[in-house]
Design a protein around this ligand. Sequence first.
Ligand code: SF4
Length: 345
Amino acid sequence: MGERERIKAVALFSGGLDSTLAVRVMMEQGIAVTALHLRTSFSYVERNRLLGGDPVEPTGVERSAAALGVPLHVMDVFEAYLPLVLNPRYGYGSGVNPCVDCRIFLLRQAKQWMEEHDHHFVVTGEVVGQRPKSQMRPTLRTVERESGLRGYLFRPLSAWLLPPTIPEQRGWVDREALYGISGRGRKEQIALAERWGITEYAQPSGGCCYLIDQVYARRWRDFLSHEGPQALTRQQVQLMAVGRHLRLPSGRKVVVGRHERENEYLAACEVEGVWLTTCDHPGPTTVVMGTPIGEEIEQAARITAGYSDGRREPVVHVKVQSAAGATELLAVEPMPRERARALMV
Ligand code: SF4
């Protein structure tokens, strides 16, 4: 067995195009790769999985790894990740995305995994200049330094644009057979995927998590100012990425489903609250968070009726269900959409 065949790399793996290609490039070089997927609970693939949508994580990540023929290791990191979203040392991007801290965190996890499992270096699908902040050259350097992976962090898609790493210096990988991809375009990556017949990847483009989304950022800040950081749970952070979010004049939060999949998600969502649905007309599932009083439930019922097919009726019946299973029926006047929109977070 030649030296290269004994070399093992661990790849940070989202199941997206770039990390899929990075793994494939390593395989072309005869490196044994393990794909490491770190679940933060903020990724689009996870949200889509919750909503039962497209073939996505875990199946998407699993399918991408299976299509590549590499072992996949999935680690849930939500608890350790949440504090850095609340207090990022390097600040936020355009939303509440702590991209630099996020990369450092994920790479530290990968480093630890690498050391515990006798692997030689860490691979990522990062591309120089692809994202505004976290993938600019100076930031790539900061991230490498802060992760403790200096020299052992290998970015094969942009390798020609970066100083040689230890895997290249030691001849574990052939620098000549790597790539010099940069920028936001995806042409080169798509061409590579076509060349290798790669069709299985979880997200074709765009950001990797919804912390970058402006609407999500608004809801996040609103949640922190009303409920406070101590109230953030996995369910709450995921719920903020689903449905319409409204604040009643009392400050009570109401979440209204926008389509069937969101309605199903809200109906099954494990939070403290009261659930509302319309009886005689198709309509949304609504959750009123916490323990609302009668007046708040009535306002939420009017909102629910206003988003139902009965919105032009003078009166709509709404079923109110507590977490304990008690139900009650309310007859309410649907709230006009403009009034509901004014309550939107
Ligand atoms: S956009 Fe990507 S790098 Fe930035 S915080 Fe989200 S997962 Fe991390």
